[in-house]
Design a protein around this ligand. Structure first.
Ligand code: MSP
Length: 475
């Protein structure tokens, strides 16, 4: 039986249409999913949308729509965007699906039977945008540290999860690496959270209307984060399809942004331990990016729509442009006005031009290569050692260096100055084609369409220059 690889992205809030932040994590997950498939593994790739809670309901109101209609419209936009980005997900999960509700009900009841829940009173400063409570010390100028809005003091009867009871066990698995948290900086941050004193958290809400019912106590809704995390198991049939669940779970990798690390690295493992389920093997939290030094926000008007990028640059170039900006584990800044320049330099003049030049030379020599193309996976292996660490920019640098090398060799050899049937010219073109094929194999997870086009071109009965892979963008 082949090895399985279960990879997830966060499920995204549908209070608005998707932006390049959502695209960033999802493209990264897709690259990894494709890379695992190329190695013959059985991949389950889950992404989707988080559709309950006040924030979503309030947005629907703002747009003058029924909540269900609103979430349907926006969930569709996410799905279409991911399709536009050539994301090969296996399941697109929506928390408004009845299957999700069914699994969540079973999981919550299991938590209750295990004695992990109790009734209490919650009092705190609530931010409706974060869907989260804050304590005084978290505030920034007396306001929500994330949204900078004034917070209301709320008191309500809630059900709580005995987080404190499970903290030592969670800390232990993080420390001994049974639950791998990466990168190292994030792991340190998480271990730091244990020292700050974490409290039991409430798993239900009284005042929320748009949510899943808490079957144990009528009138209470399940806190949106608590059910959202369960999408990782509801999507594969928790409590409903035991066979599929056991085949997929535990997740091999939860890929998230660092903003939601506490929920994933502490709350989620604690809930799973309480319910007697296995823990995910690894959680990787990537960095956050700003746009020209500022937070991406509607108010600032600097939100970039990934669909617009696909229209302008094409799907593969968009994937490349987003993942090549800065190391995955770090924060970075995106300067959209640099995209044209980067596209021209690395794709139009780089890979695209190299492929055209070599193909044209072969075309001039009759369109046929000397021999059958030999395959080599050396470059793929080199690539893989970067991808294993989720070093996307390092992997991209490997392929860019390879393109530069081949460009240099071409410049030195100058096959165009030789006769079309010159033996050295034909040998050189044979070798260059094999190198291009090796590059093609390595870049497939990043640039799947381009990779296929190049492979077709060089294995066609007659090789021709054809159309450019990446037409230059003129200023
Ligand atoms: N619905 C929750 C997640 C629940 S998971 C069980 C949520 N949704 S979200 O729509 O706000 O998406 C947050 C995620 O979007 C981040 O964790 C990250 O993956 C991605 N990003 C959003 N903005 C981003 C940047 N500016 N930079 C990098 N990633 C970004 O939180």
């Amino acid at each position: 039986m082949s090895k399985k690889f279960y990879i997830t992205t966060p499920i995204y809030y549908v209070n608005d249409k998707p932006h390049i932040g959502h695209a960033y994590t999802t493209i990264a997950a897709d690259v990894l999913a494709r890379w695992h498939r190329l190695q013959g593994e059985e991949v389950f790739f889950l992404t989707g949308t988080d559709e309950h809670g006040d924030k979503v309901a309030e947005s629907a109101k703002k747009y003058g729509q029924e909540v269900l209609e609103f979430v349907n419209t926006n969930a569709k936009k996410f799905r279409q965007t991911f399709d536009n980005l050539n994301i090969q997900y296996d399941i697109f999960m929506r928390t408004t699906k009845p299957e999700h509700e069914a699994s969540v009900k079973i999981f919550m009841e299991k938590l209750n039977k295990a004695g992990a829940l109790y009734q209490g009173v919650y009092q705190g400063l609530y931010c409706p945008s974060c869907e989260d409570f804050y304590t005084e010390k978290d505030l920034l100028d007396g306001k929500c540290p994330v949204h900078l809005i004034a917070l209301k003091m709320l008191e309500e009867k809630n059900w709580f999860f005995k987080l404190k009871k499970y903290l030592p066990a969670v800390k232990k698995v993080i420390e001994n690496g049974k639950l791998e948290i990466a990168p190292e900086t994030i792991k340190k941050e998480v271990l730091g959270l244990f020292k700050q004193g974490l409290k039991d958290f409430s798993v239900t809400r009284e005042k929320v209307e748009w949510g899943l019912d808490f079957s144990i106590v009528p009138g209470q809704k399940i806190y949106v984060w608590v059910e959202a995390l369960q999408n990782y198991i509801s999507a594969i049939g928790y409590g409903r399809n035991l066979e599929n669940y056991q085949k997929c779970w535990p997740a091999d990798l939860h890929l998230i942004g660092k903003d939601i690390i506490k929920f994933h690295a502490i709350y989620w493992p604690a809930m799973l331990l309480a319910a007697g389920e296995k823990l995910p093997k690894k959680i990787y939290a990537h960095g956050f990016f700003s746009i020209n030094g500022q937070k991406m926000s509607k108010t600032l008007g600097n939100v970039i729509d990934p669909n617009e990028m696909v229209k302008k640059y094409g799907v593969d170039a968009t994937r490349y442009l987003l993942l090549s900006q800065f190391p995955f584990g770090q924060d970075g800044d995106i300067k959209a006005e640099k995209f044209d320049e980067q596209y021209n330099a690395f794709l139009a003049n780089g890979l695209g031009n190299l492929v055209s030049r070599v193909a044209k030379l072969i075309e001039q020599s009759g369109g046929k290569l000397k021999d059958k193309l030999k395959e080599s996976d050396q470059l793929f292996k080199k690539f893989s050692s970067s991808l294993r660490k989720l070093e996307f920019t390092e992997a991209i640098a490997v392929f860019e260096a390879e393109i530069n090398n081949l460009d240099d060799e071409l410049q030195e050899e100058r096959p165009w100055e030789k006769a079309v049937n010159d033996k050295n010219r034909l040998t050189f073109l044979q070798e260059a084609s094999e190198k291009i094929l090796a590059i093609t194999k390595a870049i497939e997870p990043f640039l799947p369409e381009t990779s296929l086009k190049i492979k077709k071109k060089f294995t066609a009965p007659r090789i021709t220059k054809g159309k450019p892979l990446f037409p230059r963008i003129e200023a």
